[in-house]
Design a protein around this ligand. Structure first.
Ligand SMILES: [Zn+2]
Length: 463
């Protein structure tokens, strides 16, 4: 048996930072030896002797973490592959330190049946650079199908089924769920996390009409924040949280964008500790001041809100209320984004900036890296019952190594996403990702993704 020895790295987990060495073999983390223990170097040597051949990578001064688990991506396959596809977007994921993703169901066609889920699983083949899994979408009419899928009563193995995504009061394709009975049934699901996109459609419609009256066809992009308003988010989130409390749902409140929702989640966790707060780097980074400069390039749903909201989200990241970071990576072509307010689609490509943005926010807000390890991979690992996303023996060797003193100067030219741009263009972010392992194989070296090294597997959920 051969092994790779990651020697003398600063190992970051949710418990803190310690220097140590890690042996990887057969795709897994086999041995972790911390430098604090007696005879550390001797223990490393003895362990190395157990393997036929050991490749040693010296990492003194470098940081090492479990690769990110991003449970909220839109890789656009099938149907929208002119914007993005699994191969290109999984390369972008690697470059952002992410080694596992879960794709949302609003593809074309939408992932709302066992048949569609199977065809999505089948289309991965050997093209993904990161591990990948798929959520199922809820509609007003597929609750029986969802029950059958998550209970393994269809041709999809239950371990290949991610969470259940609900667009609550916000339509994406035919996935608007507005029937009260259907919503009640969805919130009764216990086998999987229920992920909700909360924005109240009626509030949005009224606000949009008002903006059209005031501006005609020339609605400024800054109005996005007033159209997809905080009230729209709060109204819908209150409903979701109330239901999750009364039905004890394992609820993921997706991409939280307001201070009020974060406070509501803080309170709701007291009643149901299974409520999970997700936010995205976009809301930790951008604010109302960016609409002027970026226009449609910062148009996403929910909208980016105020500077004060951003600060509240950063505080919630610091004090443990934010559980997971989902990139909500949602590529569109720049030509599509070039339209007017009403014609430019919502969504931002962002996955390639995930870890550098988190490291920057951590530096700016004095947040310990242990918190970053928790929200980047460990909490999602627990939520979805994955044998990856932690620096622990027996777990998959999905690992990101970075130079915390380095910088990531973001340019559109350096993006792996098929859409070829990022709203972070021009940003100078903290940390430089150097090496990434997926299932024990090197997929990024010296800051470049290694073309052809697509070693991602389908995720095995054990929720
Ligand atoms: Zn999304």
């Amino acid at each position: 048996m051969d092994a790779i020895l990651l020697h003398n790295a600063t190992i970051v987990t949710s418990s803190g930072e310690t220097t140590g060495s890690i042996f990887l073999s057969e795709g897994k983390i086999c041995e972790i030896i911390y430098s604090g223990q007696d005879d550390y170097e001797l223990a490393v040597r003895r362990t190395a002797e157990r393997y036929a051949d050991v490749e040693t990578i010296e990492l003194a001064g470098k940081h090492l973490m479990a690769g990110g688990i991003d449970a909220h991506v839109h890789f656009r396959e099938p149907g929208l592959t002119h914007k993005a596809d699994i191969e290109t977007e999984s390369m972008a994921a690697v470059a952002g330190g992410v080694t596992s993703v879960m794709d949302m169901p609003n593809t074309s066609p939408a992932t709302i049946s066992a048949e569609r889920l199977i065809s999505k699983l089948d289309c991965v083949g050997e093209r993904s650079y990161v591990n990948i899994g798929f959520h199922i979408g809820a509609t007003n009419g597929n609750i029986e199908e969802i029950r059958n899928i998550i209970n393994g009563k269809t041709d999809v193995p239950s371990a290949k089924t991610g969470g259940v995504k609900v667009f609550m009061g916000s339509s994406t394709g035919n996935m608007l769920v507005d029937s009260k009975d259907t919503l009640d049934s969805i919130f009764e699901i216990k086998e999987r996390p229920v992920l909700v996109h909360c924005e109240d459609e009626e509030t949005i419609r009224t606000n949009l009409e008002k903006a059209k009256e005031q501006y005609g066809d020339d609605i400024p992009f800054k109005e996005h924040m007033n159209i997809r308003s905080r009230k729209a988010c709060i109204r819908s989130s209150i409903k979701a949280l109330e239901k999750a409390i009364s039905k004890k749902t394992k609820l993921v409140l997706c991409h939280i964008s307001t201070k009020e929702e974060m406070e509501m989640v803080r309170a709701a966790k007291g009643n149901n500790p299974d409520i999970i707060a997700e936010t995205s780097c976009n809301y930790l980074w951008f604010c109302d001041e960016d609409y002027e400069r970026l226009g449609s390039k910062v148009k996403c749903n929910p909208s980016v809100k105020t500077k004060e909201d951003r600060k509240a989200l950063r505080n919630a990241l610091a004090d443990g209320i934010v559980d997971i970071i989902g990139s909500d990576h949602a590529p569109h072509l720049l030509s599509e984004k070039a339209g007017t307010y009403t014609s430019a689609p919502s969504g931002l490509p962002s996955i390639q900036q995930t870890l550098p943005v988190l490291l920057t926010v951590a530096a700016e807000e004095d947040i310990p890296l242990s918190r970053i390890a928790a929200v980047f991979s460990e909490n999602a690992s627990d939520l979805y019952g994955l044998k990856r996303g932690k620096i622990q023996t027996g777990y998959a060797a999905d690992i990101v190594i970075f130079d915390i003193e380095g910088k990531t100067d973001v340019t559109n030219d350096d993006q792996y996403s098929k859409c070829g741009w990022t709203p972070y263009d021009g940003a100078s972010l903290e940390g430089r990702i150097e090496t990434v392992f997926v299932n024990g194989r090197k997929v990024m070296e010296n800051g470049k993704v290694m073309t052809g090294n697509s070693y991602g597997k389908l995720l095995e959920f054990n929720c």
